[in-house]
Design a protein around this ligand. Sequence first.
Ligand code: PMP
Length: 408
Amino acid sequence: MTPARPAPEFKAPDFTALLSDRARRMSASAIREILKITQQPDIISFAGGLPAPELFPVEDVRRATDNVLTKYGPAALQYSTTEGHPPLRQWIGSRAGIPAANVQIVTGSQQALDLLGKILISEGDTVLVEAPTYLGALQSFQPYGPNYVQMPTDDGGIDLDALEKILKTTPAKLLYAVPNFQNPTGRTLNAERRRRLVELTGQYGVLVIEDDPYGQLRFTGEAAPSLYELGLEYAGDVDSSHIIYCSSFSKTLVPGLRDAWVQAAAPIISKLVQAKQGADLHTPTLNQMIVTELLDDVLPRQIETVKKAYGERAGIMLGHIKQQFPGGVEYTTPEGGMFLWVTLPQGLDSTQMLVRALTRNVAYVPGSPFFALGGGENTLRLSYSSATPEQIETGIKALGETIREAMD
Ligand code: PMP
């Protein structure tokens, strides 16, 4: 068959002009382009932030897939409910001490951020974000047209005095935070501030999205209660809580199955269900069943393995940083998770410095894109999760030399 020829008057559409206002608010990241170079095999990359693939429980997933197909047959491959696989929701709910009805399964917590943006952010709504914050949350929220206000942070997380001042003058709708081992800084919001944050936001009628993909990966120190737990205490009832909690099996089990969840009050869950129906109907049935199969024995074992490995890698990286980085460079000491954050002396630009770092075969992510309203030109994020001790030693030495050169 010969292909149809376009009519003589046909002109290719002006795709840019046809884009929605929402699409126009999305932007490609220049840094992503630079970081493509980091995929070359001779580059030691602390940029990626991927979970360590050599720790993935491949054989357990194989066995679980087989079990699930035997147990459920075609039902494992059928469409299923938008809310999620009931046994998985029950397990999550019982661990959190809430009904399964308050748990929504999502396709990665990234989907939770998009759907929450969709159901909560109208154009111009004020959204409070940490400075810096998770870049992927900004990407999810941005199309819905938020008006960001940055909350200053320090080693204890969000500065609550600053937050109180903001709340007194700015009618905010939503606060987004990563309280445990934050991406990008590795910092944790301390216990006292958590209580005050829950009280302040409750008082001012602000909804809170607590994004917690790393909370289970604490390798040192004491865990603080989640904002969600404190929110239940504060509200006295799961369906009155102003805290929306998101977590994921991506960092504890495997990211590729894209299984994650939201815990929230019933009115939020029911809107999420409608939004998710329009997005993907449901999270893949088979994947949810596989994860459920792994909850009791593989997941706890896997969490121990990952915590131990990341704790060792963080320790090695911090040790080399101490030896190799010049005075005047500051860095965070994470108690869990996958990242640490470096602050170079004022005046240095980590985006410009990346080019020099790449000539020394080491890569990181410059910090400024993690700031919703700009800033942080002298900061950068390092990930230790998927590097070997040798790579960490060589890479940190090369980065130390790069920083010295830039300081000179
Ligand atoms: N939130 C934070 C803070 C993250 O770091 C990530 C992953 N980089 C996500 C959400 C998304 O994770 P996933 O979609 O794999 O659950």
